[in-house]
Ligand binder design. Structure first.
Ligand code: NAD
Length: 475
């Protein structure tokens, strides 16, 4: 409701959409333009990337403040390094390589067809739809936009209703830096999101929960709109017996406290030999002292986005046996401000809500395993995760984990940072998603990589023509 009050009639003309009717009209416009004026040159695409960069650079303070306001408390430093930084470096990477990515390239050809040749010609798809979640609302809007615009597409982007202040600030910023023939921003609740997912886009890239991902795919099916689904799930950590616990705790706590655990690739739970549990907990307490002293009033520590999420996670905690809950600070949960200090849970029941759902909060279960095969089997008995993390020094054991598990991505002796590598495709597998983006992989995902066979103008080989006679007869 807040959104619609401050969006004016002129804003609509600028490509900010708040109703289903505007959605249909703008989509038809973009669809038509994409067919009549495909963006074939690098200069136009580079200008879009320049616009994106200028928009971010000129508005970064306001956009970061809007995200903080939506969360109540969102560390501005986190917005800077987890959202703005990868956005800027992603734009730089695309500006540097996009011209080469879009070139038509030669592909090899069987001697049988010489002197003809083969080419692969990347083409814009047309209109790409993007649906954004609330947890990193800036980077998960900008990241897909970079790939879509570099590939010469026009973009319609649906922001999350759970981060409304950011959504509105973002829409206004986009409207001032982009023509509405190029990018339109859609604001509104789930009804608009549903209407959006039913539009006959040339591609639809959705980031959000697995449950909604299924609805998106169903909505896209009647149009045969291809989808890229960037979903969630439980990303496990395996700590090998020989791992250096100090560094393990340092990395895992960093990943679990970032954005208060509201990160799709946050380490969800840790498989770790039982003899390490107590030391893990004391190291984690010391880590909190060092990195988030005075968590009750700490500008670096983010709070839970809204009451609905807070209640969901509190519900998980309340159902656990008291002796399995190990708070890492002296500070209590604050329902008013939605502050949730990190806790470790030892050996939660595997059928508990905590272990049946993606946690998406600073709660870290420690689960013991006996042999490495047991740990691998534990992971393989569950839906394929978005990320998998393994810590240790034994290269053969690490290789075994890599080879015998399937996950969207992997970090070895690290967490989370694989998402920021522009030369690595980012995406899930199975229930954690389909299709990957970022960098060249994202460019190709949102292009049509068109195969073209070019016959030689002279000496073109005469393919076998009828009458075939005995040519195909065996013997
Ligand atoms: P969500 O699924 O509730 O909402 C995401 C978007 O979907 C919003 O813009 C919303 O308007 C839209 N939406 C909601 N219902 C819809 C419907 N029926 N039809 C069409 N659109 C609909 O997800 P969320 O709570 O905003 O995000 C958290 C989830 O996203 C977590 O599971 C997390 O792991 C996942 N996630 C994944 C990645 C990734 O890159 N794989 C990144 C961030 C978050």
């Amino acid at each position: 409701a807040n959104i619609k009050q401050t969006i004016s009639v002129t804003d609509h003309a600028l490509g900010i959409i708040t109703t289903s009717e505007q959605l249909q009209t703008q989509f038809s416009r973009l669809h038509t333009i994409s067919r009549t004026k495909p963006i074939l040159d690098w200069a136009t695409r580079a200008t879009q990337l320049d616009n994106l960069e200028a928009m971010l650079s000129d508005n970064q303070t306001g956009l970061a403040k809007a995200i903080s306001a939506d969360f109540g408390h969102r560390s501005v430093s986190e917005t800077q390094f987890a959202e703005l930084f990868p956005s800027f470096t992603g734009i730089t990477h695309a500006k540097k390589h996009g011209k080469a990515w879009m070139k038509t390239r030669r592909a090899s050809i069987s001697p049988l067809y010489l002197p003809a040749h083969n080419e692969i010609q990347p083409q814009p798809l047309g209109v790409v739809g993007i649906i954004v979640p609330w947890n990193y609302p800036l980077y998960l809007a900008i990241g897909p936009m970079i790939d879509a615009l570099t590939a010469g597409n026009r973009v319609m982007i649906k922001m999350s209703e759970s981060a409304p202040q950011f959504a509105e600030a973002f829409a206004k910023a986009v409207a001032h830096y982009f023509s509405s023939d190029m990018v339109c921003v859609v604001l509104g609740e789930v009804d608009i999101a549903e209407a959006f997912s039913k539009l006959p886009f040339d591609h639809l890239l959705y980031t959000g929960s697995t449950a909604v991902g299924k609805k998106i795919m169903a909505a896209a099916a009647p149009n045969l709109t291809p989808v890229t689904l960037e979903l969630g799930g439980k990303s496990p950590v395996i700590v090998l017996d020989d791992a250096n616990l100090d560094s393990v705790v340092n990395r895992i706590m960093m990943g679990k406290t970032l954005n208060a655990g509201q990160t799709c690739i946050a380490p969800d739970y840790v498989l770790i030999p039982r003899q390490h549990h107590q030391r893990f907990i004391s190291l984690a307490k010391a880590w909190m002292q060092e990195h988030y002293p005075n968590i009750a009033n700490n500008q670096d520590y983010t709070h839970i986005i809204n009451d609905e999420q807070f209640e969901r996670v509190q519900g998980y905690l309340q159902k656990l046996p008291k002796d399995s809950v190990h708070p890492l600070t002296e500070v209590a949960i604050n329902t008013e401000t939605r502050l949730m200090p990190p806790v470790i849970i030892t050996e939660p029941a595997l059928d508990s809500d905590l272990m049946q759902n993606e946690i998406f909060a600073p709660i870290l279960p420690l689960i013991h395993y006996e042999t490495l095969d047991d740990a691998i089997q534990f992971i393989n008995a569950r839906p394929r995760p978005l990320a998998l993390y393994v810590f240790g020094n034994n290269d053969r054991a690490i290789e075994k984990v890599r080879n015998h598990t399937v996950s969207g991505g992997v970090c070895i002796n690290e967490v989370i940072v694989h998402v920021a590598q522009h030369d690595l495709p980012f995406g899930g597998v199975g229930h954690s998603g389909m299709g990957a983006y970022h960098g060249k992989a994202g460019f190709e995902r949102l292009s049509h990589m068109k195969p073209v066979f070019v016959q030689a103008k002279i000496n073109g080989m005469n393919l076998l023509l009828p009458p075939y006679g005995d040519f195909f007869k065996k013997g």
